[in-house]
Design a protein around this ligand. Structure first.
Ligand SMILES: Cc1cc2nc3c(=O)[nH]c(=O)nc-3n(C[C@H](O)[C@H](O)[C@H](O)COP(=O)(O)O)c2cc1C
Length: 186
């Protein structure tokens, strides 16, 4: 699969079935973030790969309502970083950008490996820090839910979520976010 295929293949599916998680898979995914670009090569991204069944069960408590589907996942990647670990230039706090770029690499590599890697914002960062014994200045930016896609639609999904399983949610057209040579230029 080339990069463009992985980009087109990636979906935030919510109907999941288990997949075997190995240390080899974890280090494969981690390696793909390691080479990501970062401001001053600061590499602010940090990850906890949770796949132990007891810790996973604890992590289920952090999920917001509507994200119960994530309980079927075989792994949850806790993505975190610290503002102080990367450049702050003018208004730009680059730890978020750099960690996002690195996490994008994980998501595309997981896609290439035939996995679902679905980032979510619906969870409690505070409870996540408590479970993982993480200091308060560690910003839990997202959880990436990793598993295999199930063709069988999960019965706990809402109608809207079922619709998104069958058809990729619509995107704004290119001419709404691409500007050529100047803002609002044609
Ligand atoms: C930062 C971020 C937060 C998200 N939070 C959630 C979430 O809490 N629950 C959920 O089901 N999907 C979540 N999603 C997935 C999006 O809803 C999904 O990417 C979007 O609807 C487009 O669908 P697609 O990725 O399959 O093309 C999130 C995605 C991102 C990037």
């Amino acid at each position: 699969m080339n990069v463009k295929q992985a980009i087109f293949e990636r979906r935030a599916y919510r109907s999941l079935e288990p997949v075997e998680i190995t240390k080899q898979l974890i280090y494969d995914l981690a390696e793909c973030t390691q080479l990501s670009a970062s401001c001053f090569n600061n590499q602010p991204w940090r990850y906890v790969f949770v796949y132990n069944s007891e810790v996973l069960k604890d992590m289920h408590k952090v999920l917001s309502s509507g994200n119960e589907w994530a309980r079927d996942a075989s792994m949850i990647i806790v993505v975190f970083s610290k503002k102080d670990d990367d450049c702050v230039i003018h208004d730009g706090e680059y730890y978020l950008f750099d960690t996002g770029m690195a996490t994008g690499c994980i998501i595309l590599r997981a896609t290439e490996l035939g996995l679902v890697a679905h980032p979510i914002a619906g969870y409690s960062p505070k409870k996540t820090r408590e479970i993982l014994d993480m200091p308060d200045d560690h910003n839990v930016i997202t959880l990436v839910i990793v598993s295999k896609h199930s063709e069988k639609i999960s019965p706990i999904l809402s109608d809207k979520q079922v619709e998104a399983e069958n058809k990729r949610p619509a995107r704004i057209p290119l001419d709404k976010f691409v500007y050529i040579n100047k803002y609002k230029g044609k």
